[in-house]
Design a protein around this ligand. Sequence first.
Ligand code: SAH
Ligand code: SF4
Ligand code: F3S
Length: 469
Amino acid sequence: MAKTRVITPEELEQQEPFKEQLRRFYEQRQPGVAPLAYIRTYGCQQNVADSERMKGQLAQIGFGFTDKPEEADFILFNTCAVREHAEDRVFGNVGALKALKRRRPEILIALCGCMVQQEHIAKKLYQSYPFVGLVFGTHVQHRLPELMVRTLVERRRVVEIPECDGVITEGIPAERDGTFKAFLPIMYGCNNFCTYCIVPYVRGRERSRDPEFIIAEAKELVRQGYREITLLGQNVNSYGKGEAHGVDFPELLKRLNAIPGDFLIRFMTSHPKDATPRLFDTIAACEKVSRHFHLPFQSGSSRVLREMNRGYTREQYLELIRYARKAVPGIAFTSDVIVGFPGEQREDFEETLSLIREVGFVSLFTFIYSPREGTPAAKMPDPITAEEKTAWFQELTALQESLSAERLQKLVGTEQRALLETDAGDYLEARLAENSVVRVQGDPARIGEYVTVRITSARSYIVTGDIVD
Ligand code: SAH
Ligand code: SF4
Ligand code: F3S
């Protein structure tokens, strides 16, 4: 296992002179006017959390933030590589900035994150997108000020994607997007090498933050009034493995649960091969831990699961679900599933459908397999046509829709605790602990509060209810 290297506050101090240089640079350019940054984040919550920390660094320099790229002095795309579609969107949206750069040559356009951590992508960007000034990978985000200085002050195009693995940065304040829901990374990287997945290559080896830092951050979030804290990692169930502190995921949950206050602890993602009966027993004993569990199964066929290198069989997955339902009454599951993995046959796909029927998920994130350069699955024979895969995908989505509708119908007449999340204009959206959204009438000033909702109707995905207190 790679040795974890914690970037300490002392090491972060080395960025201070660069921040000062940037302050002077922008002050000279436009005296008395704060520069503006536009940050666009693709991909998963991990990327959202990274962007919040990069925003923290920019705020320290004196940046303000805008959601209009044409107003910005600094444009940063934090990219995702998980499927081809994600990468295509980035290329398209970066291409669209060319005209802006021509009009305002002084702006700095930068790309970072998982997609650019791949060398062939970084090369393509450097060659084909000359208006992109700075490209940096997933292991050097704490050096953002230094990289900006090298690009802006020293007037060079910079590509920085070192393989320097095992980095954990502590001490960068997050500039959070939400005011009552917060992401809290507990670990980084992945060691599982599912054969279809690019994440281990672009995020490096698995490493866990020290529990002291996590608990301190959680306490601070609760103090600030956050109502939901989502713990993040590619496989939270292996939290702490290989680290000297000896705290594993169930133990971490217990310690977080012990923080006083009215808040909910969520987490994602859990890997079935590392979800243990002890984890479910812990959840049962921790009243602040959400009864919603995101547990990706990827395929219902043990043969395909083996080809995916997932480390469990269909039977083991179902056994885990049975145990969880016994240990934690009312637990609700969501999941991820891939359709059209190389070599998947109609029989395999039908096993996926039958698993979905058997478990009864609240909702599913469904993906058509997308080959990723450098992963073992990309080299496997894949005789099923794209049309066939699309047809299977639609069949699966239709099945889940009808199951979800049936499930939601059963909620009608019940009372549920929910967090008022969004003002949709005609109604407010409240999220149930199990992750479904309910439309209610209420005062937008109450957003961020917990309420009790009586569910009055459920038509396909649209659930409505009344606030009863
Ligand atoms: N670490 C998490 C998921 C990370 S990626 C886990 O193991 O569950 C999120 C989801 O994207 C995965 O669960 C998977 O369903 C999907 N995914 C990953 N690589 C993919 C690929 N090459 N093609 C299609 N879907 C993919
Ligand atoms: Fe990818 Fe598998 Fe790691 Fe999840 S566990 S990030 S799917 S390699
Ligand atoms: Fe995408 Fe990277 Fe997350 S590849 S899904 S942003 S870890």
